[in-house]
Design a protein. Sequence first.
Length: 256
Amino acid sequence: MRTILLVEAELSHLRRLERWIESDISKHYDVKILVATNYEEGQRWIKKNHIDVPIFDISLMGDDDELGLELARLYRKKYKYNTVFFQTAKNDPLYQNNIHNEIGSVIYLTKKDLIKDTFISKLRHELERLEQAFVGVHFIKQRHKMIKIEPNRTLYFEKINREHLVKHCYYDAQTDEVYTEMLTSMSLNKIESLLDATVYLRTHQSFIVNRNMIAEVETKGSSHMTQMKHAEIEIPISRGFLKKVEAYLQALPTRT
């Protein structure tokens, strides 16, 4: 089930969006609709529920207060990658671009021009995107939160010194940057058992790589290395894993 949060101060418009969703989206998707008419209600829904699709009225008090933008900032702290829908009366490309630069993935709905077909089309597209993005996604529990492991972002995992400390390296296409985060209380062997074996493969006692993120395999004398996309790093392939890696990577370019 996907949860849609509607935060809209104008009650008649809020009910209109609800009816549109119920008359179309609910017939084709398993969705739950949460509604709020002010910042406080929206804040409570975000803190207490998992929200897949947030739809915020930017101005909730009618005086360019941008409380909806504040809710988006709160939402983004909890959900790094989901798309945020904004309803706005401002059809200002510069204003919208500034919000995009801060919030990330956003979709704008101009209130005065909004029609049902446009709204439903954009909402359907986002729900389909979420379904596609979820394929192959894994969640690894870390104390009081869940770390999202996505096959279109993850580059590799590396065991760091002791048994239960693993570095997760991933690429963010929005910022075109590579990031790392430390996973604790879980061994590399345990992580490997949770991952999709058609996407990830072990190359070394200390490394698991995303095979879709391998740029090429390089041979230096008796040593074999994998060069990863987006990151200037060579990951070793140990002799014990070489045949398995070669079986997966026959189609990749090899440099000798």
